[in-house]
Design a protein around this ligand. Structure first.
Ligand code: SAH
Length: 243
């Protein structure tokens, strides 16, 4: 009986992959993942069997990983960032239950995009924050809007995953409008594209101005709370120390 590792490879830069993730990949003989992620780790894959597939085939990928493990293979299912955060960990565990499979599944965490982006921006997450995905492929937009509303009302720092894609452009505008109902237009906003990997770009702006900058699926948007401020090109959300 083989095993499935569900591995978070971090934001993409090799330095940000944990030794445990590397170890999991090294000890696997089959590597499965979305092509972009496979390409990020290609240099360490040697001549391992690699199965890459398009984004929409998550469930098939999980099912294949379990079948191969049942045949005796050690399989690495790779996700970017952390596999437990909008990644593959949940799906593979659900598919295991569905198939009634006895195989062992080990989840190896990774540096998730929000940590990587926050580090680039300074210290925007120093107080309570909410992470919200703007993708309405698997979640109703009404549910997402409600979470945006309550997060804004609760004065959480808000981090947006999947902020905008080619076919999904209005959600970020609505999200910004919801935030503006509760926060000043001067509220600091950080936009980080390709955090901690090749092609990193960072913009520090405000809630009022954020839509004047380019935002896409490789981008993380972090909206400060009512106390966040900008200092020397970094965003800081005070923890509450009396300095
Ligand atoms: N499991 C991943 C998240 C997958 S959802 C993780 O833990 O990071 C995909 C979204 O994550 C992207 O649309 C983008 O919003 C964000 N993202 C992933 N990597 C990123 C990076 N290096 N820089 C900025 N945003 C990133």
């Amino acid at each position: 009986m083989g095993k499935v590792f569900v591995i978070g490879i971090g934001p993409g830069g090799e330095d940000y992959m944990t030794p445990a993730a590397r170890e999991g990949i090294m000890s696997s003989d089959v590597i499965i993942g979305y092509k972009t992620y496979i390409d990020l780790i290609r240099p360490i894959l040697g001549d391992k069997r690699v199965i890459d597939s398009g984004m929409k085939r998550e469930i098939e990928r999980c099912s294949l990983a379990i079948d191969l493990a049942e045949e005796g293979h050690t399989v690495a299912l790779v996700s970017s960032g952390d596999p437990g955060i909008y990644g593959m960990a949940g799906a593979v565990l659900e598919v295991k239950g569905e198939k009634n499979s006895p195989i062992e599944i080990e989840v190896i965490p990774g540096v998730t995009a929000v940590s990587a982006a926050a580090a680039v921006l300074g210290a925007p997450l120093m107080h309570d924050f909410a992470v919200i995905s703007l993708s309405d492929l698997l979640t109703d937009w009404d549910v997402i809007k409600k979470r945006l509303q309550l997060g804004a009302e609760g004065d959480f720092v808000i981090a947006l995953y999947n902020p905008k894609s080619k076919g999904r452009v209005t959600q970020i505008e609505e999200a910004r409008d919801i935030m503006l109902q509760h926060r000043k237009k001067e509220t600091p906003v950080g936009i980080v594209r390709n955090a901690k990997r090749r092609g990193e770009e960072v913009i520090i702006t405000t809630l009022g101005e954020m839509l004047n900058h380019s935002i896409d699926m490789l981008t993380m948007v972090i909206i400060g709370n009512s106390n966040s401020f900008i200092q020397d090109g970094k965003i800081i959300t005070p923890r509450g120390y009396h300095l």
